[in-house]
Design a protein around this ligand. Structure first.
Ligand code: P1T
Length: 391
């Protein structure tokens, strides 16, 4: 089982991002960790090897990525997966038939689908609650509940959950607290500091940041959980390849820089959208009008580049996403390039309509992933697309 290097935890965030988990290659001095594109490792003799036996079990490029992201979250162990959903799949496999999971009602549509269409069939129970209200969460705990799984901010409604309050609840009730930190990234929010046992990521998004791979990662400081996840990584085998690990590792080096720009542009664009009379609602935790703005200021150090807006109808949403020129109409988020998406028909299409609409995820909702292009260019693009949609 790999563990972060102790000395890496002594540095500030931006330094960890560049260096943690990586050491110059012993053979050549290569400053970048090599892509160990191999399936196996030659052993010296029976039971004698260099710590690497087979590449499903362990790979040096993957080790470097696991240590790097663990250090960014302030955890001791990172366990990498083939996708964000493979990470959630492994987390749910820590449980047994009959166990109950309390999940925030707004999570990525694929997370909801994995829970209700796969794991419910295998005997896990699920309830979905509005995790903005910790009293509702506490009231939904049953004697079978083993895990609380939340996103904060949520995809795409940008709702928050109070990490300290849920951390306290899970501590007193001895529940596993899992946080999907994909939207915030460890640059802006570190859930382990609030009592989360497991933090998961779709590394496909901000951590990689360049829209050129799919991956997932779980971070924990709990030795037993780390061991069980490493066991699942090897036993079930949903591992990322070395090339994808290397791409994610290259991405995290600039995470701090990129997040500063996503955050600055996100704030500017959200404020610009909010003052427009033709936009019904803007969902962005950095706005003073966001109902949980004060909580956002308490547990996050920035607000990032994800913004959702309500346009009032499917027709307007359709025209807008088909009219942008710089914002590309596509699934996913968190890359250097700006994307626009339509959650009701894309990322959350498998969530039942009643459940979607009850949380404000309407057919008129459009989601923006603000990239690092010039903010003025992005605003001009949104301006012409919104004007087209409102005609
Ligand atoms: O796509 P994958 O790497 O498997 O990650 C799943 C996932 C998990 N958690 C959150 C918060 C996510 O946003 C995602 C994936 N989301 C998209 C593809 C999207 O466009 O929202």
């Amino acid at each position: 089982m790999t563990r972060v290097f102790d000395e890496d935890l002594e540095f500030g965030f931006g330094t960890r991002a560049v260096h943690a988990g990586q050491r110059p290659d012993e053979i050549s001095g290569a400053i970048m960790p090599p892509i160990y594109q191999t399936s196996t490792y030659v052993q010296d003799g029976l039971g004698r090897h260099k710590g690497f036996e087979y590449a499903r079990t362990r790979n040096p490029t993957r080790d470097a990525l696991e240590r790097n992201i663990a250090a960014l979250e302030g955890g001791l162990h990172g366990i990498a997966w083939a996708s964000g959903l493979a990470a959630t799949d492994a987390i749910l496999k820590l449980l047994s038939a009959g166990d109950h999971v309390l999940c925030g009602e707004n999570v990525y549509g694929g997370t909801h689908r994995l829970m209700v269409q796969v794991f419910a069939r295998l005997g896990l129970g699920f309830s979905f609650v509005d995790a903005r209200d910790v009293d509702l969460v506490a009231a939904a705990v049953t004697p079978q509940t083993r895990m609380i799984f939340i996103e904060t901010p949520t995809n795409p409604m940008m709702r928050l959950a109070d990490l300290a309050a849920i951390g306290e609840l899970t501590r007193t009730k001895d529940l596993l607290f899992v946080v999907d930190n994909t939207f915030a990234t460890p640059y802006m929010q570190r859930p382990l500091e609030y009592g989360a046992a497991l933090v998961m990521h779709s590394t496909t998004k901000y951590l990689n940041g360049h829209s050129d791979m799919v991956g997932g990662l779980v971070v924990t400081s709990d030795e037993e959980l780390a061991e069980r996840l490493h066991f699942l990584q090897n036993a079930a085998g949903a591992i990322p390849g070395p090339m994808d690990c290397w791409l994610a590792l290259r991405g995290t080096k600039t995470l701090a820089l990129r997040m500063r720009q996503h955050d600055a542009a996100g704030r500017k664009i959200a404020a610009w959208l909010e003052q427009r009379p033709d936009i019904e609602r803007v969902y962005y935790p950095g706005l003073a009008s966001h109902e949980q703005h004060e909580l956002a200021c308490r547990q996050m150090t920035g607000f990032g580049g994800m913004i959702s807006i309500e346009l009032g109808s499917l027709e307007r949403a359709r025209t807008m996403v088909e009219s942008t020129r710089l914002f590309s109409f596509a699934e996913s988020l968190g890359g250097v390039e700006s994307l626009v998406g339509h959650p009701a028909t894309m990322t959350h299409a498998t969530v039942p309509r009643e459940m979607r609409e009850a949380m404000g995820l309407t057919d008129g909702l459009v989601r923006l992933s603000v990239g690092i292009e010039e903010t003025e260019d992005l605003i001009a693009d949104l301006d012409q697309a919104i004007l087209a949609a409102m005609r």
